[in-house]
Ligand binder design. Sequence first.
Ligand SMILES: [Zn+2]
Length: 346
Amino acid sequence: MAGVVEELVKKAGGCAVIDGGFATQLEALGADINDPLWSAACLITKPHLIKEVHMQYLEAGADVIISSSYQATIPGFLARGLLLEEAEGLLRTSVQLALEARDEFWKSTLRKSKPVYNRALVAASIGSYGAYLADGSEYSGSYGDDVTAEKLKDFHRRRLQVLATAGPDLIAFEAIPNKMEAQALVELLEEEDIQVPSWICFSSVDGKHLCSGESFGDCLQILNASEKVAIVGVNCTPPQFVEGIIREFKQVCSFFLIFRNRKSKLLRARRQQQTKKAIAVYPNSGEVWDGRAKRWLPVECFGRKSFDVMARRWQEAGASLVGGCCRTTPSTIRAVSKALKSRNDQ
Ligand SMILES: [Zn+2]
């Protein structure tokens, strides 16, 4: 784990709290995100709301806040008629707004007698190529035959460079739906020699595979090989799958070597974890987006357990960072923070 994350996780008592759905809360404050740029449209129209959402999550107890750049892309801004410098400027603004919120909030908590908060970290969000396409491939992982790892690297390169030099504590690659994109990101981090520690989180619709149907194990091997990747995990995945996914990430694979001599049989086991990296999980609320009807379908039953109760189990299963994604709110994060931190006080 990178030093800065290790320190935060330790200060948070073993499990740091990530914020909740960013676009969700922006919409709750009245922003219109029905736009090809989704929540990033507010970088142009309503930057003050972006800062307010960050403040609300900090107030709720988030130890890590994620910037508004998930669907902010240079081609997306150019298509909106902006110049290249303006597009790059907006990427920097997304990190700046989160840093300002963090610094202002931290200053205000220092004035209080009993500090109950940690100084939060800012993660610069980078959504998948599919999020940019906004054609559903974000959740199918199918980019078509003409998309190669090189093409994905070229798509991600400039945005990564700009965000990495804007001063974030972390880079958060979010909802990565397939193995080729994971491979492209790891190569890009090395090629550009990015010094800011990264997390790479996958998305899953069945709890057993990435959205593409590829195995977590294969993708983790790719991420394990990179020192630039400090944290691995899943986000925007139904919460009922998360405990199983953490266990799968932590799963111990055993290789049995059998030696025989004339009479005896010696069994030796070599044990190996799927990953030793820190694990971050920040699932969605479990509601399902009905694209045709353009509405959220209610949460599928997951044993009536509430998000904060599940968050404790995720920590027990081995997650070091826990938060929420789409359709979770500051009240979700307040409950998660209370559940995880009250346990630490005991
Ligand atoms: Zn999400």
